[in-house]
Design a binder for this molecule. Structure first.
Ligand SMILES: [Zn+2]
Length: 192
């Protein structure tokens, strides 16, 4: 009975300690590993694992908040970078770029990869300037079908992939990405 009481008191003390730790917020970042361990302990009847999980959650939120508040500058142009821009550019380039420099870098990289230079000099039926006959065919088809479209939108990250959809249909929220290869293989022959 006595030892039970001791254990209970001990568990209570632990709980208070955990609650106290929680108030340190981001300053308690180094404790996160131990808190996770404590929170993951199976079949513990005491409240400590729950308190540990709560403390870890609060500290993580504080750390995230601190990261979001940090001032960061674009490595290219020096402009201040918003947190979502920072996250995105770190994920793709492991460098800090503002939205504009991010887009420019993506375009440069894409052009380098495909060997295609930005050149829009083909006119479609509605006067839009596009880059290839393939794109012209799509644009003409959309225009003839009286479907509203936007050509050559911004770069987007979708499901972790970097894409720059050539056409966007706002009525349907649909992107069309034309893979600008001018050659098409049919029956083993190359048709241009
Ligand atoms: Zn920049």
């Amino acid at each position: 009975m006595k030892s039970n009481m001791d254990l209970k008191q001990h568990s209570q003390a632990q709980q208070y300690a955990l609650k106290a730790l929680k108030t340190y917020g981001a300053f308690a970042e180094t404790w996160l590993g131990q808190l996770d361990d404590l929170a993951a302990r199976p079949n513990r009847k005491e409240y400590s694992p729950v308190a540990a999980a709560a403390a870890a959650r609060t500290i993580r939120e504080a750390v995230q908040h601190r990261e979001q508040q940090k001032e960061r500058c674009c490595q290219k142009c020096g402009k201040q970078v918003a947190f979502h821009e920072f996250e995105r550019s770190m994920r793709l380039f492991q460098r800090i770029y503002c939205g504009k420099c991010f887009d420019e870098t993506c375009v440069k990289r894409r052009n380098r990869e495909t060997g295609v230079e930005e050149k829009k000099d083909i006119k479609t039926v509605d006067g839009t300037l596009v880059q290839s006959t393939g794109e012209k065919m799509i644009a003409n088809w959309l225009a003839n079908a009286r479907l509203e479209y936007r050509y050559d939108g911004c770069l987007r990250i979708m499901d972790g992939f970097q894409i720059r959809p050539d056409f966007y249909l706002p009525q349907f929220d649909v992107f069309i990405e034309y893979w600008g290869m001018d050659t098409l293989r049919v029956w083993g022959n190359t048709v241009r």
